[in-house]
Write a protein of this length. Structure first.
Ligand code: NDP
Ligand code: OXD
Length: 316
């Protein structure tokens, strides 16, 4: 069997390193990058990040779609998505990067990073109260591959950890909650809420005024803290800003936004209680991930099943 061609279809993302990596690892396998070539019958695999909608439907022999990220919302929003398996990224490298981001931001809030940066700029020598990590509960919304790893690493640092998902599950040392009924209890327990949910029809806009109003008010940090590294569509930015301004939210670390890149006029950029990062919590590194994708493609061509399939009905 001749090796199937790969089409790389991305927008808003420089794909040069991915092309280089695939050409290095599989020089025998034709790799297409021009989106107007998306009718080529030789293409069996599409690697996508925010591909132009409708284009994949024109590939007559497409066998699988690989998301270049762990999230697949950008794939499922294509109204003409062909009926082939959609593979998402599950990789230790990406998981480790996300856990690093979560730990970094949780510690930033525990250890008053924003306050000390301000104090240094003003030459102020003052030590605010220092709560123990063991006095703080980090609540993780989305106990999937990324949420469970972050939970385990936070526990090892010393935090108490709660988690919330769609279905009931047990995770060692984590107070697990699920479904709509479990959400208020989960929020009432969590001093810092970390959002690692996928964006689906059910989760769009979930981080809104109503959810923030259910967050624990009295926390060892002085107020509730939000960290969102899931997707921008999960949050209602106007509600977050209003909550920060009226004090119902103390601080927020946001890696993802309703519109990306975050528009220059967004008040989030300059809000003193907000930390903005440019959708950089966990980068997809081609040197780490291309070999895994290629291994999947080769296994598929040997007749083995594809792993890490997204569920089209659930949307993640
Ligand atoms: P998983 O699919 O492994 O986990 C998703 C979790 O969310 C599961 O626990 C699932 O519950 C839960 N969930 C889904 N829908 C609901 C719902 N309606 N109510 C409650 N819980 C729900 O995904 P990953 O952990 O691999 O990734 C999570 C997200 O992180 C990605 O979808 C992506 O959007 C984002 N991401 C962001 C990055 C960044 O750089 N900012 C990088 C990588 C990913 P259940 O266990 O019951 O299925
Ligand atoms: C992802 C992302 O989904 O980078 O992996 O957001």
């Amino acid at each position: 069997m001749t090796p199937g061609s790969i089409l790389l279809a991305t927008t808003g993302w420089d794909a040069a390193e991915w092309v280089k990596e695939f050409r290095r690892l599989a020089p025998e396998r034709p790799m297409l990058t021009r989106l107007e070539n998306a009718t080529d019958p030789a293409v069996r695999y599409a690697l996508v990040w925010k591909h132009p909608h409708g284009m994949l439907a024109k590939l007559p022999n497409l066998q699988a779609i690989f998301s270049l990220g762990a999230g697949v919302d950008h794939v499922f929003t294509d109204p003409q998505l062909p009926d082939v398996p959609v593979v998402r990224i599950v990789a230790d490298d990406l998981t480790q990067r996300m856990s690093e981001y979560v730990i970094w931001q949780v510690l930033e809030h525990l250890r008053h990073g924003r306050i000390y940066r301000h104090q240094q700029a003003e030459k102020i020598w003052r030590e605010p109260p220092q709560p123990a990590s063991s006095a703080v509960t980090v609540g993780i919304m989305g106990l999937g591959v990324l949420g469970r790893d972050a939970a385990s690493k936070l526990r090892h640092i010393g935090f108490k950890v709660a988690g919330w998902g769609r279905r009931s599950q047990q995770v060692d040392g984590v107070a697990c909650h699920h479904g709509e009924d479990g959400l208020a209890t989960f929020l009432g327990q969590s001093d810092i809420v970390v959002v690692l949910l996928p964006l689906t029809q059910q989760t769009r806009g979930i981080v809104n005024r109503d959810l923030i109003s259910k967050m624990k008010r009295k926390t060892p940090l002085g107020g509730p803290v939000l960290i969102n590294a899931g997707r921008g569509g999960l949050q209602v930015e106007a509600d977050i800003l209003a909550a920060l301004d009226d004090g119902s939210l103390m601080a927020a670390s946001l890696d993802v936004f309703e519109t990306e890149p975050l528009p220059k006029e967004s008040p989030l950029w300059s809000h003193p209680s907000v930390t903005v990062t440019p959708h950089a919590a966990a980068a997809s590194d081609p040197a780490q991930l291309a070999p895994l994708m290629l291994a999947q493609i080769r296994a598929h061509e040997r007749g083995e099943p594809l792993a890490n399939l997204a569920n089209r009905d659930a949307g993640y």
